[in-house]
Design a protein around this ligand. Sequence first.
Ligand code: SF4
Length: 172
Amino acid sequence: MTVYVNRIFFSTNDHPKLLGLSIYFQGCDRSPKCLLCHNKETWEPYKGFKYDLEDLIQILKDKINYALESYDKIAVVYLGGEPLAPYNRDAVFQISKELKEEFSEKIVNTLYSWRTLEEIERQNLENYIEYMDELVLGPYDYTQRNVDEKGNVLFPASKNQKYIRLNKVLSK
Ligand code: SF4
């Protein structure tokens, strides 16, 4: 399977508590797009960096192992773009599954999506989030930007976004 990614990096901005390995998937299927989106370069699918899925998973495993030399636990953050867009969701599922099976409680799989929980259910996408531990759901709404008095962006980036901890103990 081929997957397109815009960028991958370690960040302290994408999870409220943990260092995150943030994977920005390429392509966003929200229509219309969110006003003042900060990630316009991720909008168009099939651009960015093209990976064979298993090669990408191995790269991610190497990065996680590197981080775990210094941290007890990190977040693996799936964002974009839209991780649950039709052209990204199979790869997102497979990555989240293989990383969870390898690292178990040492990682917190965290999915960002413009879709709400109701939309995920209505679109029958629950299976794709089976290996997620936490969700940050809802579109970016600049009128509800979440910033402190100095203009620093807080978590989540807009106050309408719902942070959901699934608290699942995966037995798989
Ligand atoms: S869903 Fe994300 S990438 Fe898409 S328009 Fe909104 S903020 Fe931008």
